[in-house]
Design a protein around this ligand. Structure first.
Ligand code: IMP
Length: 430
């Protein structure tokens, strides 16, 4: 029986929430392994909508364990607030259904300040971040000065760690003309939140090792998308973590062999939030059509998403960098009624044909998409539950996508409703 990792195969917002929910019903443990509360997943269970940012989807399902792995950056205030919001909806989060890795790094208010300052100042590259402090928190992690969850359990040594952290941040803040942080204030802030976080703390690698030996099924829940990966994405317009499937292992403390089936959530067109290259972007009528029909507004920041045609080059690349075994194709119904549908099948760069996205920033901005045009379909695909319910042209579109990206459609989602799904291959049985 395979474990499953779910990753976004584009720039995030591929509709992971519904698929993760569908799979979490079949899993015992749901593990987040990267990112933080920059993610936004909406789950609809029995007609009730739950918005999750930091918590793994498993926590809203009775009997499932949600785990926040060491690869996640945890804002303790956001954690407490999210648990509070769920409590108001009748979902109780306790150590029985949530564990947090002792070695996960914390996001502090100074990280949020720095993220916001950089995004709003006129110098440097504006990334269009979520301003949640994600990037600065990861910087401190790799800079070996982060405060980690376990440090909250050792208050006598916390002050020294804070001093080390502030030696860096206060120098930076002075340079930016910002007020310095008072070490005592930061200590008090952390001490006040410690007792709310510590009950969830655990040694996640040991917990997962034991779970695996007991035959438990694990679902690794990725956030964002592979094109936002710090190494394989459209750098520097990326998030600050590895979002590809390999991170499921390092971000939770299991070996690569434990990850299992890799499911890439893939939208039938393309969107991105924030700045950065987007070769198949449509700014005119088509972009407006996709944005309106697809309700393309960010769950976390409410920002309007940029929209464009399906880019088979990018998804084919992601299939390789994440080792995707099959895709879940989402939002096909958004294309219903279009006379014709384009798919980006290659690029030209300075007049030369290429079949991949180059790594250099200037080249990524300069590639020109090459399109194939397919005939659209008039009928609705919304709510289809079998291939027979789909118009012939829609089936043709899906088959052509599979051929172009070199991976099969394991699941086809035809509406936000959980039952409106065509299952071709159960990832847990593969
Ligand atoms: P950060 O993760 O807040 O640092 O933002 C870096 C980039 O990733 C920006 O372009 C964000 O819009 C994008 N991003 C972060 N989280 C998500 C997400 O969950 N969905 C889509 N884009 C995201």
């Amino acid at each position: 029986m395979a474990n499953v990792v779910v990753v976004g195969s584009q720039w995030g917002d591929e509709g992971k929430g519904k698929i993760v929910d569908w799979l979490s019903e079949r899993a015992d443990i749901v593990v987040r392994f990267q990112g933080g509360h920059n993610a936004g997943h909406t789950l609809v269970i029995d007609g009730v909508s739950y918005k999750l940012s930091l918590l793994p989807s498993g926590v809203v399902r009775p009997g499932k364990l949600g785990v926040i792995g060491n690869g996640v950056v945890v804002d303790p205030h956001a954690l407490v607030a999210e648990i509070g919001r769920l409590a108001a909806q009748g979902v109780t989060v306790t150590p029985d259904n949530l564990r947090i890795a002792e070695n996960a790094a914390l996001i502090l208010s100074l990280h949020r300040d720095l993220d916001t300052f950089r995004e709003t100042s006129n110098s440097g590259t504006r990334i269009g971040t979520t301003k949640r402090g994600i990037g600065p928190a990861y910087e401190d992690k790799v800079g070996r000065r982060a405060i980690r969850v376990m440090d909250l359990a050792d208050l006598p040594t916390l002050q020294d760690k804070i001093d080390r952290l502030l030696a860096h941040h206060n120098a930076l803040r002075r340079g930016l003309g910002q007020a310095e942080i008072d070490p005592k204030g930061l200590y008090e802030e952390l001490a006040s939140v410690a007792d709310k976080v510590l009950p969830f703390m655990d040694s996640v690698w040991q917990l997962l090792d034991e779970a695996r030996r007991n035959g438990k099924r694990i679902l690794f829940e990725g956030a964002q998308g592979a094109l936002l990966d710090i190494d394989h994405g459209t750098y520097p317009y990326v998030t600050s973590s590895n979002t590809v499937a390999g991170q499921a292992a390092t971000g939770s403390g299991v070996g690569p062999g434990a990850v299992g089936y890799v499911l890439g959530i893939t939208k039938a067109y393309t969107t991105r939030v924030g700045e950065g290259p987007f070769p198949s972007e449509q700014t005119g009528e088509v972009g407006d059509f996709l944005g309106t029909r697809g309700h393309e507004f960010g769950t976390v920041t409410g920002r309007k998403r940029r929209c464009g045609w399906f880019d088979a080059v990018l998804v084919r690349q992601t299939i390789r960098t994440s080792g995707i075994n099959g895709i879940a194709l989402t939002k096909l119904d958004v294309l219903d009624g279009l006379e014709e549908i384009k798919i980006c099948v290659g690029y030209t760069l300075e007049g030369r044909a290429i079949d991949y996205l180059p790594a250099a920033q200037a080249a990524q901005a300069a590639v020109v998409p090459v399109y194939e045009t397919l005939e659209g379909w008039k009928e609705s695909t919304a709510g289809a539950r079998s291939w027979n319910d789909l118009p012939a042209q829609a089936v043709k579109y899906v088959r052509h996508v599979e051929e172009l990206i070199g991976a099969p459609v394991a699941l086809l989602s035809t509406s936000p409703e959980r039952d409106d799904t065509i299952l071709v291959q159960d990832p847990f049985q593969s």
